[in-house]
Design a protein. Structure first.
Length: 567
């Protein structure tokens, strides 16, 4: 229990008169500069006896405590939670009744951990709070530790031989395929995917290292480490995923891409699977594509009113080029899909070329690029122009040829939407010029550029006011006279969120191609000058939009600084 939880517990301990104010202040400072949690800080330093602290926590958290020092637990129950998982998460099964498993835990407030235990064991979980010392003593008693150095060295040699075998091409496919069907492997992979979908994970990373198989999940744009599975299952887990994604099981020297279709509680889920060889085996990344979570309501994805009005006008244009820019993972595809959903009517022919097609939309003709057979963005675009399209979406403008065809389409009566990798809206013009596109073609075809980022939103369940130094607020661009009118907020962390954040929203910098900006484009004026003029004409920069959302209490000060830069 770290961070905000510790601060709350210290306040509770102080209110219960178990420590005084001076001790509370010292403990807070100690936790902030060390790796100790609240139990380490209070008990190890002798401020509170261990049993008194556990009794307090039990009452404070509303979770029963239990003394496991002398209880007898059968090996069958202990084995319900794998040793690696138990040691990493500091939890141990202690009793079972029907479909309910009693689990002793150091942190029974960790809802994500309880959910993981539920998936690993298949039981409903009844948590109990115990001390860290008792958990470790219990593990040492029930998990046999072989101190025989010869046996340990033999084990290490076997592991080295296994690595050598992995590097050969003589893989026994029969053995691998059989291993992927073993119940523990199937159960683990299914549990990992189902748990990730339930928690709103966007990506699952499975990374092999010399002695550990690391698993991480990305939630709201941030990677979190998950409990590692037993290392001996490394090959079987990776092979299982490759089988599910219909990848070549014998090929581990080159990257591969595949797809898994799943159904979870009547919800269809697609997973885009990518493997790549690393020093210690194949790394796997699964991107979760959940169509039900795709927000296609332009009014709700984060546009400021003025920016939304400009964007809506642009997508209703009969022709022209609209570009959405930003780094990978900034939500550009979602914005384009949201725009297409708005203008997708029976009287329009909409065609898209994507790499890959992430979501399928009814009424839209979607094409997946296939470089091996010559179906690229540019070749697909050429074919589109012979298919009588009204609206064309190009997944990304990557080269001069694609850019030229897209601009030609925009100039000949088609509305074209695409993405570009630039840091802000004005830089899109410079990027097209760098590709070799003539300035007059850009000024004639381009009608709007949107730069965007994704920011984590404050959890509404645990949102509370906080304090930000005055100088820090001035540094991000807030005028000194406005500071007294602002109430900063943050999330304290609760069972509904991830460290005080839940969900993400967009920041949108919307630049219209006005007559003045077209003149600057024709003169090959630098992006910084174009941006300055756009701001003078009323454009809100990414930082401006972030500050607006900060003032409204939607995002934290830290998110403003993390995601945006000063103009």
């Amino acid at each position: 229990m770290k961070g905000k939880k510790d601060e709350k517990i210290i306040e509770g301990v102080l209110a219960s008169n178990l420590i005084n104010a001076e001790q509370a202040s010292k403990i807070n400072k100690h936790i902030n500069v060390s790796n100790d949690d609240i139990e380490d800080a209070l008990v190890k330093q002798g401020l509170i006896p261990e049993d008194k602290f556990i009794e307090f926590l039990s009452e404070y958290l509303g979770v029963p405590n239990i003394d496991i020092s002398d209880i007898e637990v059968s090996d069958a129950i202990v084995k319900l939670i794998p040793e690696d998982f138990a040691r990493k998460s500091l939890c141990i099964p202690i009793k079972k009744k029907g479909k309910i498993l009693g689990v002793a835990m150091v942190d029974p407030t960790d809802i994500a951990l309880i959910d993981d235990i539920k998936f690993v064991t298949g039981y409903e979980i009844d948590p109990y709070i115990v001390s860290k010392r008792q958990i470790k003593e219990f593990m040492n008693k029930h998990y046999k530790v072989d101190d025989n150095i010869d046996e340990i060295m033999k084990y290490m040699k076997d592991e080295e031989l296994e690595v050598v075998k992995e590097e050969t091409d003589n893989t026994d496919l029969t053995v691998l395929e059989a291993a992927t069907k073993e119940t523990p492997v199937v159960r683990y992979v299914d549990s990992l995917i189902a748990g990730a979908i339930r928690k709103g994970v966007s990506d699952i990373h499975i990374e092999p290292y010399e002695r550990i198989l690391r698993v991480r999940t990305r939630i709201d744009g941030v990677l979190y480490e998950e409990p590692s599975p037993p290392f001996k299952l490394k090959n079987s887990i990776i092979s299982r995923i490759k089988v599910m994604a219909t990848l070549d099981l014998a090929e581990h020297r080159i990257p591969q891409d595949g797809r898994i279709k799943m159904r979870l509680q009547s919800k269809e889920i697609d997973l885009r699977v990518s493997t790549i060889p690393t020093l210690y085996g194949e790394k796997v990344v699964m991107r979760v594509l959940d169509k039900s979570s795709l927000n296609v309501d332009l009014e709700k994805i984060g546009f400021e009113k003025d920016g939304l009005d400009k964007f809506l006008r642009a997508i209703q244009s009969p022709y022209g080029l609209i570009l959405v820019t930003g780094p990978t993972g900034s939500g550009k595809t979602t914005t384009l899909y949201s725009a297409l959903a708005r203008i997708n009517t029976p009287d329009t022919n909409i065609m898209t070329v994507e790499d890959p097609v992430e979501y399928n939309f009814s009424g839209i003709n979607q094409v997946q690029t296939r470089a091996k057979v010559g179906l690229t963005f540019s070749s697909a675009l050429r074919s589109f122009l012979r298919q009588d399209p009204d609206i064309i979406m190009v997944g990304e403008v990557r080269d001069r040829e694609t850019a030229e065809i897209a601009i030609r389409a925009a100039l000949t009566g088609h509305l074209v939407l695409s993405t570009l990798h630039t840091n802000d809206a004005a830089s899109a013009i410079s990027r097209l010029l760098d590709m070799g596109i003539e300035p007059f073609l850009i000024s004639s075809s381009l009608i709007l550029v949107v730069a965007q980022r994704l920011v984590r939103k404050i959890c509404t369940k645990c949102k509370e006011p906080t304090t930000i130094p005055r100088d820090a607020l001035i540094d991000i661009g807030i005028p000194a006279e406005e500071i007294s009118k602002i109430t900063p907020y943050h999330g304290t962390g609760c069972s509904e969120c991830n460290n005080g954040y839940k969900g993400r929203g967009g920041l949108y910098e919307v630049m219209e191609m006005t007559s003045k900006i077209k003149e600057l484009t024709l003169g090959r004026i630098p992006a910084s000058n174009i941006k300055k003029v756009a701001v003078e004409e009323g454009m809100l920069t990414l930082r401006d939009v972030a500050i607006s959302k900060f003032k409204k209490g939607i995002i934290t000060f830290e998110e403003v600084v993390r995601v945006t830069t000063v103009i």
